[in-house]
Design a protein. Structure first.
Length: 114
């Protein structure tokens, strides 16, 4: 009779352990969901902010490149002229990528109801 009682206790403890483990796993999985509404809203907002920052940086690069080109004419410096053109091209590319990031973030925000 004690073997049967020990077997029943073991079965009960096993079922309780499985239930507790399953419940803990469910709660942990539910809280760390990477695609929750809050996570997606935060990501969309971050994309818009970073896109805006990229556009501002691109504008500064374009302005600096143009200034370098003007100064290169004054000093007749072809290397400075080329660096200014490169800076202007890279600034333009950064503005385009920043605009695309802002559009994606805005679209994502609209999908999430922001």
């Amino acid at each position: 009779m004690t073997a049967k009682t020990n077997s029943n206790k073991f079965t009960i403890y096993l079922i309780i352990a499985l239930l507790v483990g399953g419940l803990a796993g469910y709660i942990i999985g539910q809280n760390s969901s990477p695609f929750s509404r809050g996570y997606m809203n935060e990501t969309a907002s971050m994309m818009k902010d970073n896109g805006s920052g990229m556009m501002q940086m691109g504008r500064m690069m374009i302005d600096s490149g143009q200034m370098m080109q003007e100064k290169s004419k004054t000093y007749n410096d072809s290397e400075m002229m080329q660096k200014g053109k490169d800076l202007e091209i890279n600034g333009s590319m950064m503005q385009q990528k920043g605009g695309a990031m802002m559009e994606r973030g805005s679209g994502m925000g609209k999908m999430m109801g922001q």
